[in-house]
Design a protein around this ligand. Structure first.
Ligand code: NAD
Length: 506
């Protein structure tokens, strides 16, 4: 048997042992349970080895033939494949890992692939805009950190040498959103593989086709590079049932949810190590010391980016009265349409909110401003990117995360009031906030009070995820669980390796 065959046999045994023992243990024979368990382990080993050498397929090993696709009929099969891939991946060198990750980057940096997945995502989900999806996919491939993110720490002294290394969690179950379907798969795959994990993706059913295609592209490239098969897998029919099956499967070592509050809560209550990247409602505060013309341009660019789908995108503007008129004037010059008619505002509200008025009508999420205005009988040109509405602070457009380029503007008397309101409408999501100001004291005050994971000063919100601003890119911003802008190290365990009274050369 070669290394891979041994790994397959071990994986088969482990999956049977962890999964099958409770079901197969005879309920009425507790006294012999230890012996039975030892016997059944021997049986399993013998059977797996026999199946391996005779070429008859054990459940996991048979899946190795499914190279280049990565999509499985059932969640159980997908997880079995990823478990086996995980055992095999442990045999790969750091150089192999680097080559696999660079391979994934290369796939998505090909212009024709970028164009294809960006177009598919818009067509399938009916959300967002093609040009911005190109930017998001490119940045995910280019600026997601790789192995360099996993710096080993060393402690030396009279007691010897201790290393603290980042090590794989194992098999990660990653739940991905409909708003950034491909970006999240590219970004998570690079980060999770860099940390030595294999991944089972459970995408949003409404982005099924493009998610499966993205997984397939990754598998094809990894196969070309000689990687173990099925390091990145998914299911052919993503569904909530499949997501729940993944969450509850004991072979999944870590869960990562990028999505709304329900799924974040679910993974955090799973009893497993979980990373939750949840909803935001980013306020943009503008005070009287800001460069108003630039603030207006930045807000329109950030708010309209991918039709406001990014969770970091500006969702409401809070402006100091003294500069409010000029800000609105400048925003109009930068591509905003100011909707003033009370009746039309009421109509818009009925249209874009759900029946209870507690969130967006999904039919309007990620639509462009022109389309939304058309539904009100207003025709505008392509230059209109955002619909502005002046409103009061308790309006549902201010309070709820809409994810469409409908931008409420609230006037306040002074910057302290603006900061107070921003903190309130961010709802403690710990996600993103933006401030346009040159007053360092007030910038500091807002950052301290709002406690968001991302705080962008004097720029568009997307600068916070590596589009324009400094720093790496991520599409999984873990506010609730605190990992922040995730990268490889967020998906790794810290392990200590101690050499006693030696190898200290100081
Ligand atoms: P969503 O919550 O509807 O879906 C996200 C994923 O969770 C999907 O795969 C979906 O199938 C699954 N899901 C949702 N509810 C579930 C349940 N009860 N049981 C099992 N699975 C469930 O979100 P969406 O519309 O796809 O994405 C938009 C939301 O995600 C917004 O709230 C946005 O702010 C947030 N988001 C956050 C980040 C971040 O990094 N923090 C990134 C992108 C999106």
């Amino acid at each position: 048997m070669n290394d891979i065959e041994i790994a397959q046999a071990v994986s088969t045994i482990l999956s049977k042992f962890t999964k099958a023992t409770p079901d197969t243990a005879p309920a009425a024979a507790p006294a012999t349970s230890d012996a039975a368990r030892v016997e059944s382990l021997d049986d399993i080993v013998a059977k797996a080895l026999a199946q391996q050498t005779s070429g008859r397929a054990a459940s996991a090993s048979s899946l190795v033939t499914n190279v280049g696709n990565g999509a499985f009929e059932t969640m159980d099969e997908a997880i079995s494949a990823a478990v086996l891939a995980q055992v095999q991946y442990r045999h790969c060198s750091m150089q192999d890992r680097t080559s696999f990750i660079n391979g994934v980057r290369d796939v998505f940096l090909q212009e024709e692939v970028l164009c294809a997945i960006s177009r598919m995502a818009v067509d399938e989900t009916g959300m967002g805009n093609y040009e911005d999806k190109l930017i998001k996919n490119r940045v995910a491939a280019l600026k997601t950190p790789g192995l360099e993110d996993l710096a080993t720490r060393a402690i030396t002294g009279d007691g010897g040498l201790t290393l603290i290394e980042y090590s794989a969690f194992g098999v990660i179950g990653s739940i991905t959103p409909t708003t950034n379907p491909t970006e999240t798969i590219i970004n998570n795959s690079i980060s999770m593989l860099a940390a030595g994990n294999t991944v089972v993706f459970s995408p949003h059913p409404r982005s099924r086709k493009v998610s499966l295609y993205t997984v397939e592209l990754i598998n094809t490239k990894l196969a070309q590079l000689g990687a173990p098969a099925n390091m990145v897998v998914t299911v052919t029919k993503p569904s909530i049932d499949n997501t729940n099956a993944m969450i509850n499967d004991p072979r999944i070592n870590m869960l990562v949810a990028t999505g709304g509050p329900a799924i974040v809560k679910t993974v955090m209550s799973s009893g497993k190590k979980a990373i939750g990247a949840g909803a935001g409602n980013p306020p943009a505060v503008v005070d009287e010391t800001a460069d108003i013309e630039k603030a207006a341009r930045d807000i329109i660019k950030g708010c309209s980016f991918d039709n406001n789908l990014p969770c970091v995108a500006e969702k409401e503007v809070i402006v100091v009265n003294q500069v409010a008129d000029y800000l609105i004037h400048c925003m109009k010059k930068s591509g905003a349409y100011l909707l003033c008619d009370k009746k039309l505002i009421q109509q818009l509200q009925t249209l874009v909110l759900n029946e209870k008025g507690t969130g967006p009508n999904t039919g309007f999420v990620g639509k462009d401003a022109r389309y939304i205005l058309q539904q009100l009988g207003i025709t505008v040109g392509d230059d209109i990117k955002v619909i502005l509405i002046e409103t009061e602070r308790t309006h549902p457009f201010v309070v709820h995360e809409l994810m469409m380029p409908v931008l409420p503007v609230v006037r306040v008397d002074n910057v302290d009031e603006a900061i107070e309101l921003a903190v309130k409408v961010e709802h403690g999501n710990r996600h993103t906030a933006i401030m346009h100001s040159t007053n360092v004291e007030k910038l500091t005050k807002m950052a301290r009070l709002i406690q968001t994971t991302i705080f962008v000063k004097n720029g568009p919100s997307y600068a916070g995820i590596g589009v324009g601003g400094e720093g790496h890119a991520t599409f999984t911003i873990a506010g609730p669980t605190g990992e922040g802008l995730t990268s490889a190290r967020a998906f790794a365990r810290h392990r200590r390796c101690v050499m006693v009274e030696a190898l200290n050369i100081r």
